[in-house]
Design a protein around this ligand. Structure first.
Ligand SMILES: NC(=O)c1ccc[n+]([C@@H]2O[C@H](COP(=O)([O-])OP(=O)(O)OC[C@H]3O[C@@H](n4cnc5c(N)ncnc54)[C@H](OP(=O)(O)O)[C@@H]3O)[C@@H](O)[C@H]2O)c1
Length: 332
């Protein structure tokens, strides 16, 4: 099988494609014929050793795949050869074949294309856990989403709307904002791409204040970090919840006096840990997400696809802040 490998620490240009023996499933495992692999920001980080998990090299990036079961390990029940599934891998997905624990595979609806299956659980799973379990968002509340046209951001926009929130999208270009509005945002703001000096930070905070109105945002979904975090926190509502999702713009430091003045909470969101610690709750979330997909309330927006040999370019789209919705690597 062919796989895209990270053999040295570095950016997407360090990835190489190589022929490897097919992996064999052990007890409780299945081997998937990978048909599509979703690209997520963790792929940008993991090949540079900047992610919370640092797999031993060589490894293939790619945390989420859709494909068919083509071999069963001993004792696997509940899955059979040919089943179409979504697999949660962490890494290893940018390869023609992938061995996974059967428990990490979820059957896909017949109507779901592989590209959408590979762009589904990581983004919607993260954003649903954030809004449902961590923020306990209620219908009628306002939700400000930063990076609203990105993978997890666009999922948060769609889910916020589906959960009855008033969604305010924030993004760095008009094109990105228009995409978020087409996916359900009620209002929005275009922010500058940064970097920001002191005056720039003040202007950014004012932009968010105008966008959120006098009452502020009940929930802020921050998948961007950097200077955007504090500037947006300044427009949170009394007793609001600020969701910490990710830091493509850098890890921010927040003055804690803001939490006192706003009576607000800063809430960490780590979906991967949630899936490991509370698997049953996660399974329930995934069932609810598939029901929303069937009802047409949510649907991954795949803006571009790349063949396996161009997987590095797919990761570069995210690294260079160009990606909209989801970028997917597809395999014949
Ligand atoms: N907490 C969790 O459990 C969890 C789960 C999944 C992902 N994440 C994290 O969530 C973040 C977003 O992931 P994603 O897969 O949705 O990525 P993505 O599709 O690339 O979206 C990230 C967004 O961040 C913004 N951004 C700001 N500065 C940027 C920069 N210097 N480079 C790239 N993007 C920048 C961009 O929006 P604008 O241009 O509009 O600002 C972009 O759309 C990542 O940090 C990822 O690690 C966390």
């Amino acid at each position: 099988m062919r796989a895209v490998l990270s053999k040295v620490v570095g950016g997407p240009d360090t990835l190489v494609i190589e022929e490897l023996p097919d992996p064999q499933p052990g007890p409780g495992e299945v081997r998937l014929r990978v048909r599509a692999c979703g690209v997520n920001y963790p792929d940008v980080l993991i090949i540079e050793d900047k992610y919370q998990f640092k797999p031993e090299r060589p490894f293939a990036p790619g945390g989420e795949v859709a494909g068919e079961v083509e071999a069963l390990g001993e004792g696997v029940t509940g899955l059979k050869l040919g089943d179409r599934v979504i697999g949660q891998a962490g890494w290893g997905g940018m390869a023609e074949k992938l061995v996974l624990n059967a428990a990490r595979c979820t059957p896909m609806p017949d109507s779901m294309p592989f590209e959408e299956g590979a762009a589904f659980f990581l983004t919607y799973g993260t954003s649903y856990y954030a809004l449902k379990q961590r923020a306990a968002i209620k219908p009628g509340e306002s939700l400000l989403v930063l990076g609203a046209a990105g993978g997890v951001g666009l999922a948060a926009v769609e889910l916020g709307k589906a959960m009855g929130a008033q969604v305010i999208a924030a993004a760095s270009t008009q094109e990105k904002l228009d995409l978020a509005k087409a996916h359900g945002a009620h209002a929005g703001v275009v922010y500058p791409a940064g970097p920001f000096d002191k005056d720039g930070q003040k202007e950014l905070a004012n932009l968010f204040k105008q966008a959120c109105g006098p009452n502020g945002a009940d929930v802020i979904y921050d998948a961007v970090g950097g200077d955007y975090a504090e500037a947006s926190l300044r427009s949170i509502a009394w007793e609001g919840r600020f969701l910490v999702i990710g830091f493509p713009a850098g890890i921010p430091r927040i003055p804690l006096n803001l939490t006192l003045l706003k009576g607000c909470q800063i809430v960490g969101v780590f979906w991967g840990a949630f899936t490991a610690r509370q698997p049953q709750e996660n399974q329930q979330n995934l069932r609810e997400l598939l029901a929303m997909y069937a009802e047409g309330k949510i649907r991954p927006y795949v803006s571009s696809t790349y063949p396996l040999e161009r997987a590095g370019e797919a990761i570069t789209e995210l690294a260079e802040r160009r990606a909209q919705g989801k970028v997917v690597v597809t395999l014949a």
